[in-house]
Design a protein around this ligand. Structure first.
Ligand SMILES: C=C(O[C@@H]1C=C(C(=O)O)C=C[C@H]1O)C(=O)O
Ligand SMILES: NC(=O)CC[C@H](N)C(=O)O
Length: 793
């Protein structure tokens, strides 16, 4: 076996062939971890350059791993050049391991039919039966995750209900090595094979999944040992190359351009400072003040009172509001200052970046043909980095910087999926941020408030703001923003004592004339069934189907702030948002954090997948029982594996871990299943790179992400816009925090129609009826909150 000392820093090379799966980087990480002294290099199945010179390029590798992916091995678009690998001549032969689609393609090339399962197995964790032989030798009991719709049929006699360990007449060259024998509906499914004379192996399951037990890693080690043995015996050892080891799990890309998603490839970055950074600096004549901040302890502070007292609710403003939810700690108010606050926006349809100060739009600048907006934002953050961070309250997550949102379609752009053509009709921005100099951060746990400004000579504003807040905290009543046991009682008493205010009466009058258009049940259920056709054919493992409800209020002047206060009162959630930014107004109460990163370099995703509605007869215990079912767990597992892939593509699999797997959390109207995926960033700038590389949020797409988004676009036939995007901030100190835009209403400032998206993950185990009701539950958690003065007890 290769030992580091003998190799003297030289490394073996494994080629990973990526069929655009969403678990690729997890496999790359597992290979790096399991195969000593090895570098993994990645090529996409459609890489034209690589295909042209495949034979000579393959010679430079010790082994190949052919990965999973959507589709069927008989479809050239799904497998690209994979089928050619099984035809390599004697002189080019090398060890190859196929995983899932790669396994199916091995079987297909050797005589098997690849057919649909009676019921697809996505996110199912099950025992794999093997004979402790070949690559399964010494690995112990194997529990493995499966993500497949198709099966390889090696041609054992129909009706044969017991497994075979010898080749069949149809596939004489393939020896079965493992089976899943527990699925009554599908019967025994072959889970592993080896070629009887060539160094080809394949497994139907996913050894890299978070729910595959440690035998998954042992299997990869065992394969690598056999692969190395074969190479030695056949005089095929490639001289190990002298190479830098890359971060585990972030494979080098081979062979130049591919037609696929960027998959975490580093963007070129900019030399010097770009026009946006210069522009923001010019607003303050190149001066930035970092030291002015006032911190005070307050007992009771009601966020709406702060905004109202400061006169912020009628103009442009950004509020990230934890809405008094026990798990939300901070609320952040970003102030838009006329002629000082740069507002930056970008639309995917015209690829034009626009920026201006404040709503006056004087000095508006347009930059066309923008390739990527992310380096432009990073550049501006770099310029404004505080030189002496110690002058700031360390615990305050936002010191100043960009606050705003990114739409679903901007996320599609980053994975190279074209938006639905009707997107062209929308005038709304896909990326919109304001560079916030003045902000107020309330820490509801520590009961303090910090008033901050990055503007030079801003003492007067700090003093005035401070005085107003002082006055409020001494005068205010019970606080919605407090947490802990009393929070709920206080909220309720606050609500009850409020009675019917004039604002509420005014809102009711306007809302009574609203035209609400909801998704039609029949059509939604048909869409669920269409999704399931794609799940059954192997094109997707999970599809987060969504639709939109519209609330048209033609001719009605509605107070958006009053509407928002209703939403936060009736449906509080930790990631509330009230944004009046550029041409958009947003009111939301999202329960889901997307991604947060700290200045110290920790990052965290918190996907929600699995929802149970509260109601008569639904106890906490019953909700736990339902959320513990294989359907709900499968939904969640797929997203956890997907996010592990997204994150490790940037920071490496060895810096990525899952700290919570499928825990039940309670919200106002639903119970949800939540997981937490964490990582360690190499530097401050990596936060933005992780954000960009992980959009759109996996919990809103399904897996594999790219193919699933294409399918959803063609089924949903509408732009999702801000819904399914993210809202949050990136601060100058290097921290960031974004929530997933769900349970949210938004509209363009010139539109009289509010849009409220809602949906849920469709899996093969879903029923169209239940999916429709899940979508309705989520949609009505927003609608009912807007239309009712107070939530019915
Ligand atoms: C699609 C929505 O929610 C997403 C889907 C969930 C699910 O399928 O259980 C849960 C939370 C969100 O990630 C929505 O709220 O509209
Ligand atoms: N995970 C996979 O590679 C899936 C392979 C194939 N598309 C199937 O669904 O069976």
């Amino acid at each position: 076996m290769a030992i580091a000392g003998r190799l003297g820093g030289r490394r073996h090379r494994i080629l990973f062939v990526d069929a655009f799966d969403s678990f690729t980087n997890n496999i790359v990480g597992l290979l790096e971890e399991s195969c000593a002294d090895t570098t993994v290099e990645l090529v996409h199945i459609d890489n034209a350059g690589f295909q042209k010179t495949l034979e000579s390029r393959i010679d430079q590798f010790d082994a190949v791993v052919v990965g999973p992916g959507p589709g069927h091995p008989s479809n050239p678009d799904d497998v690209g050049f994979i089928n050619r690998l099984w035809q390599l001549g004697e002189e080019r032969m090398l060890p190859i391991l196929g995983i899932c689609l790669g396994f199916q393609s091995l079987c297909f090339a050797h005589g098997a039919t690849v057919e649909k399962l009676a019921r697809a197995r996505h996110g199912i964790v099950n025992r794999v039966t093997h004979q402790d032989d070949d690559i399964f030798s010494g690995i112990g009991d194997l529990e493995a995750t499966q993500y497949h719709s198709l099966r390889a049929n090696l041609g054992f006699a129909a009706g044969d209900d017991h497994v075979s360990w010898t080749p069949s007449e149809t596939c004489p060259d393939l020896q079965p090595l493992a089976w899943d024998v527990d699925d009554e509906l599908n019967g025994p499914i072959v889970m592993g094979v080896r070629h009887t004379s060539k160094p080809f192996w394949g497994v139907q399951f996913h050894p890299e999944s978070i729910c595959t037990n440690k035998a998954g890693k042992a299997l990869i080690q065992s394969w690598w040992d056999l692969a190395r043995d074969w190479s030695r015996r056949n005089g095929k050892e490639v001289a190990p190359r002298l190479q830098e080891k890359q971060t585990n799990g972030t494979a080098h890309k081979v062979g130049g351009q591919s037609n696929g998603a960027s998959n975490g490839e580093a963007s070129p970055g900019q030399r010097g400072h770009g026009p946006l950074a210069e522009y923001i600096m010019s607003i303050t004549d190149g001066r930035v003040s970092f030291e002015q901040s006032v911190s005070k302890t307050i007992e009771q502070l009601h966020l709406p009172h702060v905004l109202e007292a400061l006169g912020l609710v009628q103009d442009q403003v950004l509020v990230l509001d934890s809405q008094g939810h026990p798990s939300g700690r901070y609320s952040i108010i970003g102030l838009v200052t006329p002629d000082k606050t740069a507002q930056v926006s970008y639309r995917v349809t015209d690829k034009t970046l626009r920026y201006a100060t404040g709503p006056t739009k004087q000095q508006s600048v347009q930059v066309e043909g923008i390739e990527e907006i992310w380096p432009v934002l990073q550049d501006a953050l770099d310029v404004l980095q505080p030189p002496t961070p110690s002058a700031f309250e360390k615990n305050i997550p936002f010191w100043g910087g960009f606050m705003g949102f990114v739409s679903y379609e901007a996320g599609l752009e980053s994975i190279d999926v074209a938006a639905h053509p009707s997107c062209k009709e929308s005038a709304l921005p896909d990326v919109s941020f304001a560079f916030i100099h003045r902000s107020i951060v309330i820490d509801h746990h520590a009961s303090n408030v910090v008033i901050q400004s990055l503007l030079p000579d801003d003492e007067k504003w700090l003093a005035t703001t401070s005085r107003i807040i002082d006055h409020l905290s001494s005068a205010s009543g019970p606080d919605e923003g407090t947490h802990g046991r009393d929070a709920k009682r206080r909220r309720t008493s606050d609500a009850v004592s409020t009675g019917v205010s004039p604002e509420d009466r005014f809102l009711d009058l306007a809302l009574a004339r609203a035209q609400v258009t909801r998704p039609a049940e029949r059509e939604y259920r048909e869409k669920v069934l269409r999704c399931q056709d794609f799940l059954a054919s192997g094109d997707s493992y999970e599809l987060c189907l969504t639709d939109e409800t519209t609330i048209a209020l033609p001719g009605e002047k509605i107070d958006e702030w009053d509407l928002y206060k209703r939403l936060r009162r009736n449906n509080p959630a930790p990631h509330g948002a009230f944004l009046r930014l550029g041409d958009m107004t947003v009111i939301g109460s999202s329960p889901e954090r997307f991604l947060r990163w700290t200045r110290e370099g920790q990052c965290q995703f918190r996907p929600i997948k699995g929802t149970v509605k509260k109601g008569p007869g639904m106890t906490r215990e019953r909700a736990h029982e339902i959320l513990d079912s294989s359907k709900e767990r499968a939904e969640n597992l797929m997203i956890v594996d997907l996010i592990r892939h997204d994150l490790s593509g940037v920071i490496g699999a060895d810096k990525t871990w899952v700290s919570k797997l499928m825990v039940v959390e309670e919200y106002e109207t639903v119970y949800q299943l939540v997981s937490v995926i964490e990582g360690e960033l190499p530097d401050k700038r990596a936060g933005l790179e992780v954000l960009k590389s992980s959009l759109p949020p996996g919990s809103m797409t399904g897996a594999p992400k790219k193919r699933s988004c294409e399918i959803l676009r063609d089924i949903e036939k509408r732009p999702r816009g801000l819904y399914s995007g993210v809202i949050g901030y990136m601060d100058i100190g290097g921290a960031g925090d974004f929530s997933v835009v769900i349970r949210t209403a938004f509209r363009g400032s010139k539109d009289s129609t509010w849009r409220v998206g809602a949906g849920g993950a469709v899996t093969i185990q879903s029923t169209d009826e239940a999916e429709f009701h899940e979508m309705e539950t989520k949609q009505s958690s927003v609608l009912a909150s807007l239309f009712q003065q107070h939530k019915k007890p």
